[in-house]
Ligand binder design. Structure first.
Ligand SMILES: Cc1cc2nc3c(=O)[nH]c(=O)nc-3n(C[C@H](O)[C@H](O)[C@H](O)COP(=O)(O)O)c2cc1C
Length: 409
């Protein structure tokens, strides 16, 4: 799936539903989202922490790796399936937990889950999403994991994970890089006042919403859903966006390994740690009984200056057992990125922003994105001369000399 700059986006001259049919790459979905969503929302999805150094570095890391094909070796068929924790998925491309889907489009998490199910892709349902986790599980067929934060401490997390288990989720993703930082774009656009429906504070920023009447009509019809129905206080109150900042800054919201041990005691299923960036922390996750890890810097949205997750992956994979599942997110935009991560040892990858942008066109948008990635991935594998993802290894890529990777000998 090609990328390119905004000017090169194929959809630039086309409008309406036809634009979605014309979309062929990440940049198209970005442009489509920019057209449909108010600036405050588009920027809050696209933006990163601080000067956005990590956000850019995530992409540059992929560009630093070159592909080494096996020519004249095109396979008759390409197998994209991947097995993780005993389950087989049709694709190694998964959808990362992203709050605020319901604000992007009224069909929100349900649309994401349905599109993922159609593509055979796993979706990690976010704790701070806008749809009840039970509804998503009941109304969709595909593979789902559930993600949890410690925002508000254990008293909010415990009932949430018990609900998720009762609803049928069996794998819990524990996000440990939950340090919330201020994103400059959010401050400029009045994200907080708009999301907390602070009437006076919103006034200077309302023009952004009025400039996207189609989105605004959908948002209003949907009851302006900004609350998090999976995060309930002990008195049954739902966590509102205005509470999230405070809930995330409580001392007991900062994840510690004893919280992981506690989760292991109350969660009977598999536990995956999301947000690991060093070999030392990967070893800790293993020692604490994690079933797998997601190497991630949260798409450059937490602490600016963190290492690109692809480079961290190169360090981590040689440090854990070869059968220990290591997944990766942050910066995946096209099929060749997926392949590069898999060559470095990731078992699967997760997308954040690409599907959030595609969601501006509802389920059809996410379906189109996943279909494009699927066909591009097949083409990429065939062009590399590999029939299966399982064959991918370091011999298919050239990695910068100063990256720490497992020797191929
Ligand atoms: C709008 C948005 C909301 C997010 N919300 C969450 C969340 O609720 N929980 C979480 O663990 N990660 C969250 N993330 C991080 C993603 O799960 C993922 O790590 C990141 O988006 C991957 O990078 P990419 O956007 O470059 O693909 C969010 C990311 C975005 C863009």
């Amino acid at each position: 799936m090609p990328g390119g700059s905004g000017d090169q986006a194929r959809v630039a001259q086309v409008s309406g539903e036809r634009a979605l049919r014309e979309a062929i790459g990440f940049e198209d979905f970005r442009v489509l989202a920019k057209r449909r969503l108010p600036r405050v929302l588009f920027d809050s999805i696209e933006g990163g922490a601080g000067e956005e150094v990590t956000l850019r570095a995530n992409r540059m890391a992929f560009d630093q790796i070159a592909l080494r094909p096996r020519q004249a070796n095109a396979p008759a068929e390409v197998d994209l399936s991947v097995t993780l924790l005993g389950d087989t998925f049709r694709t190694p491309v998964m959808l990362a937990p992203c709050g605020s889907a319901r604000i992007v489009h009224p069909s929100g998490e349900l649309a994401v889950a349905r599109a993922a199910a159609g593509a055979g892709a796993l979706y990690v349902v976010p704790h701070l999403g806008g749809t009840h986790c039970e509804t998503i599980r009941q109304q969709t067929e595909g593979p789902l994991w559930y993600q949890i934060y410690l925002y508000g401490g254990r008293e909010i997390a415990e009932p949430a994970v018990r609900r998720a288990w009762a609803a049928g989720y069996r794998t819990l993703v524990v996000t440990v890089d939950n340090a919330r930082t201020t994103r400059a774009r959010d401050v400029r656009n009045g994200f907080r006042s708009l999301m907390t429906k602070d009437r006076m504070g919103s006034v200077p920023h309302l023009g952004q919403l009025l400039a996207r009447p189609r989105w605004l009509a959908g948002f209003v019809r949907d009851g302006m859903p900004t609350a998090c129905p999976n995060a309930l206080y002990p008195d049954g109150r739902v966590m509102e966006p205005g509470d999230v900042a405070a809930a995330s800054q409580r001392p007991d919201a900062q994840f510690r390994w004893n919280d992981f041990d506690w989760l292991r005691d109350i969660w009977p299923g598999a536990l995956i740690v999301k947000g690991i960036l060093t070999a030392e922390d990967a070893a800790r996750a293993v020692a604490h009984g994690a079933s797998g890890i997601i190497v991630s810097n949260h798409g450059g949205r937490t602490l600016d200056g963190l290492e690109p997750s692809l480079r961290a992956l190169a360090e981590i994979v040689p440090a854990v057992a070869s059968d220990f599942p290591v997944l990766l997110d942050s910066g995946i935009r096209r099929a060749t990125d997926v392949v590069k991560a898999l060559c470095l040892g990731a078992r699967a990858v997760l997308l954040g922003r690409p599907y959030m942008f595609a969601l501006s066109y509802g389920e059809a948008g996410v379906t189109r994105l996943l279909a494009l990635l699927d066909s591009d991935l097949r083409q990429t594998l065939a062009a590399l001369g590999s029939a299966s993802l399982r064959d991918l290894d370091l011999t298919y890529i050239r990695v910068p000399a100063d990256w720490q990777v497992r020797s191929t000998s």
